[in-house]
Design a protein around this ligand. Structure first.
Ligand code: NAI
Length: 469
C-alpha cells in the first residue's frame, strides 16, 4: 500500500487550497480532492472572483456614461457584453491556473474527482470515467463549502436563464430589461448592481425591514438610499412566496412579512439570492459517523475537529460567516494545528465587505449588537464629503464610523460606507487584532491626501474631535 498522506483535503476553495498549501509548507504530505475540473471552489470559479470582474467592469461603464463628463472627459460608452464576460472568464482562468501552479510548487497531489469519506483514514475518489481511487489519509479535512439554499418553503425551479442563482447571474448573455432580485443580502445587492449599471431595471424584494441584515443599521439605511439614487427599487418587509416561469420570463409573488395582500412582479430574469447552505451531500458523513448540527453544518470543536478522530472541517461547511477569508484563516490555523503548532482564528476581527459602489465594509460589533449587550460605547464618525481626496475623485458618498468602549477607548467595531471601504477596513481589523484604541489610530500619521484620512478623522471623533469638520 502507498505511504498515506498526512492530510487529504476534500474541496479546493479558499478554505481547502489554503489549508493544503500551508500544511505542505509546514512539511506535511498533502493531497487535495476536487470535483470541479479546476481548483479554487465557488470563490474563484463562480463566486467572488468572477463577480468582482463584473462589478469592476460595470462600474467603469457606469462612470464613463455619467461622472466622466463632470471630470471633463466626453465619452459615449457602448456596452460589449461578450467582451465583458470574456474579461471575467480570463480573470477566472488566470486565478484557477494560479492555484494549480501553487499545488505543483508545493508538491501537493491534486486529484480531480468526487471525494467520499469511507472511514477515518480513507477517502475514495470517483473520477469522471467512473473509476475510483482510494487515498489513505492520517487526517482528513472537509472543505466542501456551500451551495445555493433556495427559498425556504418555496419550490424554485432554477432554469439557469430566467430563474437563476448567483451561479448563472454572472453569465447572462444579454442585459435583462427587468430583473427581480429575491433577497437584499450581499449577493443580491452586488449582482443586482452589476445588471442595473448595465441597463436593467432592478427591483429587490427583501424579507427583513433592511438590506444587508447583519450590517450596522445606520450604514444599511444610508447605503440603501444610495442604491435607490442609482435606480434600484426596493420592497422591504416583503416575503416571497412564489417564483414561477411566465411568458418567457418569470413572475415573483410576495406578501408583507407581517401578513397582508400579495403582489406579483414580472421580470425577464429573477435572481434568487436568499442564502447558501453547507455542502455535505454524498460525502459519506453518516457512514463515517460525523455529526452535523441542527443547521446541517459539520460540527467541530475549537480545533476544527469533528466528533471523529482524524476528521476535521473548515469554511462554509462549518459554523460562522460564509466568507472566503474566514475559510482561509481556518485553513491556515488547521494546518498549523496538524503540524503541531498553535493555530488560532480571532473571529472578533474578521472583516466583511460588500463590493458595490460605494463599498460597504465592517469589522467587529454593530451599534445594535452593543446596545443589545448593554455595552457603554462612544461613536466617532466622519463623512467622505469632508475628505479632500474623495472630492477630487467625485466619491463623496458615505462615512466612516468607529464604535469604541466608552471607558477604555478600545475599538469595538468599525463600519465604512464609501469608495475603497473594502481596502480601508484592513486598518481597523489590524487595530482590533492588536486590541487598539481609537487614539492609537488617530495618532498614527496618514498620508495626505488619501481616503484613509477619513479613518483617522473618525478615530479622532471617537476620542477627541475631528480636525476637518
Ligand atoms: P444573505 O444571507 O446575505 O442574504 C439573503 C437575504 O435573503 C436575507 O436578507 C434574507 O432576509 C432574504 N430572504 C430570505 N428568504 C426570503 C424570502 N422568502 N423573501 C424575501 N427575502 C428573503 O445571502 P446571499 O446574499 O445569498 O449570500 C450567501 C452567502 O454568501 C452569505 O453568507 C454571504 O455573506 C456570502 N457572500 C459574501 C460575499 C462578500 O463577502 N462580498 C459575496 C457573495 C456572497
Amino acid at each position: 500500500m502507498a505511504d498515506p498522506f498526512d492530510l487529504v483535503v476534500i474541496g479546493s476553495g479558499p478554505g481547502g487550497y489554503v489549508c493544503a498549501i500551508k500544511a505542505a509548507q509546514l512539511g506535511l504530505k498533502v493531497a487535495v480532492v476536487e470535483k470541479r475540473k479546476t481548483y479554487g471552489g465557488t470563490c474563484l470559479n463562480i463566486g467572488c472572483i468572477p463577480s468582482k470582474a463584473l462589478l469592476y467592469a460595470s462600474e467603469r461603464f457606469e462612470e464613463a456614461g455619467h461622472s466622466f463628463a463632470e471630470l471633463g472627459i466626453v465619452a459615449e460608452p457602448k456596452l460589449d457584453l461578450a467582451a465583458m464576460m470574456s474579461h471575467k472568464d480570463k480573470t477566472v482562468k488566470s486565478n484557477v491556473d494560479g492555484i494549480a501552479f501553487l499545488f505543483k510548487k508545493n508538491k501537493i497531489t491534486g486529484v480531480i474527482g468526487t471525494g467520499r469519506i469511507k472511514s477515518a483514514g480513507e477517502v475514495e475518489v470517483t473520477k469522471d470515467d467512473g473509476s475510483t481511487e482510494t487515498l489513505q489519509a492520517r487526517n482528513i479535512c472537509i472543505a466542501t463549502g456551500s451551495d445555493v439554499a433556495g427559498i425556504p418553503g418555496v419550490d424554485v425551479k432554477f432554469d439557469d436563464k430566467t430563474i437563476v442563482s448567483s451561479d448563472h447571474a454572472i453569465a447572462l448573455d444579454k442585459v435583462p430589461e427587468a430583473m427581480v432580485v429575491v433577497g437584499g443580502g450581499v449577493i443580491g445587492l452586488e449582482l443586482g448592481s452589476v445588471w442595473a449599471r448595465l441597463g436593467a431595471k432592478v427591483t429587490v424584494v427583501e424579507y427583513l425591514d433592511k438590506v444587508l441584515g447583519p450590517m450596522d443599521g445606520e450604514v444599511s439605511t444610508a447605503f440603501q438610499k444610495l442604491l435607490v439614487k442609482q435606480g434600484l427599487k426596493f420592497h422591504l418587509g416583503a416575503k416571497v412566496t412564489a417564483v414561477e416561469a411566465k411568458d418567457g420570463g418569470a413572475a415573483v409573488t410576495f406578501e408583507p412579512a407581517k401578513g397582508g395582500e400579495a403582489e406579483t412582479l414580472n421580470a425577464d430574469v429573477v435572481l434568487v439570492a436568499t442564502g447558501r447552505k453547507p455542502y455535505t451531500e454524498g460525502l459519506g458523513l453518516e457512514e463515517a459517523g460525523v455529526s452535523l448540527d441542527n443547521r446541517g453544518r459539520v460540527e467541530i470543536d475549537q480545533h476544527f475537529k469533528t466528533n471523529v478522530d482524524g476528521i476535521y472541517a473548515i469554511g462554509d461547511v462549518v459554523k460562522g460567516a460564509m466568507l472566503a477569508h474566514k475559510a482561509e484563516d481556518e485553513g491556515v490555523a488547521l494546518a498549523e494545528i496538524l503540524a503541531g503548532q498553535a493555530g488560532h482564528v480571532n473571529y472578533d476581527a474578521i472583516p466583511s465587505v460588500v463590493y458595490t459602489s460605494p463599498e460597504v465594509a465592517s469589522v467587529g460589533k454593530t451599534e445594535e449588537e452593543l446596545k443589545e449587550a448593554g455595552v457603554e460605547y462612544k461613536v466617532g464618525k466622519f463623512p467622505f464629503m469632508a475628505n479632500g481626496r474623495a472630492r477630487a475623485m467625485l466619491q463623496t458618498d458615505g462615512f466612516v464610523k468607529f464604535l469604541v468602549d466608552a471607558k477604555t477607548d478600545r475599538v469595538l467595531g468599525c463600519h465604512i460606507l464609501g469608495a475603497d471601504a473594502g481596502d480601508m477596513i484592513a486598518e481597523a481589523a489590524l487595530l482590533m487584532e492588536f486590541g487598539g484604541a481609537s487614539e492609537d489610530l488617530a495618532r498614527t500619521s496618514h498620508a495626505h491626501p488619501t481616503l484613509s484620512e477619513a479613518m483617522r478623522e473618525a478615530a479622532f471623533a471617537a476620542f477627541a474631535k475631528p480636525i476637518h469638520i
